[in-house]
Design a protein around this ligand. Structure first.
Ligand SMILES: C[S@@+](CC[C@H](N)C(=O)[O-])C[C@H]1O[C@@H](n2cnc3c(N)ncnc32)[C@H](O)[C@@H]1O
Length: 289
């Protein structure tokens, strides 16, 4: 970087503080002190792309709050979107062997639709993994399945709705049998087949903002999202999410996240080297599964 560019891309402590508070207030993401380099690296390309004369100018514009396209890009580059098919294996084994069989049994008995929410869905691999499992376990029920994948970033949702993944992305988690059965080759990449794609719908909204009208869910996946939020944002999110769980509903969080430290309403159910959560009134129901 030459000296002109250096000063153009300089980040003052005041501007860093502004980025921290905007991210925290608008999308709940907590950006730790010491992450100045990340803000400079990720936002610098946007200075030229959006025709600002400096990083300071870009941050001032964000703070005025009237450039939604710029804000979308900033959230997209600052959020962590890491994901993969059947991520971490053990939770998906628990979902396949314990959670989904119970949900399918209930749906068969009651004739009710199966509703699942992948909250913080990133590029879609999590929601498609669930759709694949349901196609394997209960092909006769797939027309009754509604999976919602939501994220705050438009870019990741665009990839999710296209359902096209590069070789290395499918190689992380998809075995050859599933690749053959649920994906089709397209220009050097792999596209999720339409019968799986149609089980998922994509919604853009912030978990820390206002939500569209949502149904009650059999299963909510809130994995590797809360870890980027402050404790009070996590607690608020769980308060809003709890009424959206059906009586028999289940909540799965990330493998490194535990609810027990800060939310005592949930009961942890462990099996298959993984843990998911239910509300206490379900304890009896759980013993039937
Ligand atoms: C690390 S990814 C996790 C993806 C997937 N759940 C998994 O575990 O593989 C976190 C996702 O949460 C999204 N996210 C972060 N803050 C959010 C918010 N306030 N509302 C909705 N999505 C958010 C990010 O854009 C990102 O795509």
């Amino acid at each position: 970087m030459n000296s002109e560019n250096l000063s153009k891309m300089t980040l003052s402590q005041e501007d860093f503080g502004l980025v921290q508070s905007m991210l925290s207030q608008r999308v709940g993401i907590s950006l730790a002190a010491g992450k100045e380099y990340l803000v400079v690296n990720r936002l610098s390309p946007l200075v030229d792309a959006f025709d600002f004369d400096s990083l300071h100018g870009l941050i001032q514009s964000l703070n005025r709050g009237n450039n939604t396209q710029l804000w979308d890009e900033v959230v997209d580059v600052l959020a962590v979107h890491e994901t993969s098919f059947f991520r971490d294996e053990a939770p998906f084994e628990q979902i396949e062997k314990k959670i989904l069989p119970g949900i399918c049994r209930e749906s068969r008995a009651t004739g009710r639709d199966i509703k699942i929410w992948s909250a913080g869905a990133s590029t879609g691999q999590e929601a498609y993994s669930i759709a694949i499992l349901l196609s394997e376990i209960a092909p006769e029920l797939t027309s009754r399945v509604q999976i919602i994948g939501s994220d705050v970033s438009s870019k990741v949702l665009q990839t999710a709705s296209e359902g096209v993944y590069r070789k290395f992305e499918v190689s992380r988690g998809v075995n050859s049998e599933r690749l053959e059965r649920f994906f089709e080759a397209t220009q050097g990449a792999w596209r999720v087949k339409p019968n799986v794609r149609k089980m998922v719908q994509w919604e853009k909204f912030s978990l820390a903002g206002s939500w569209p009208s949502l149904p009650k869910f059999d299963l909510i996946l809130l994995r590797n999202v809360m870890v980027y939020f402050k404790p009070e944002t996590r607690a608020g999110l769980l308060n809003r999410l709890t009424p959206l769980l059906k009586d028999s509903g289940r909540l799965v969080v990330g493998s490194a996240e535990s609810l027990l430290a800060y939310d005592h309403r949930f009961k942890a159910i462990s099996s298959h080297n993984a843990t998911h959560y239910i509300l206490p009134q379900q304890t009896n129901l759980d013993s039937m599964n």
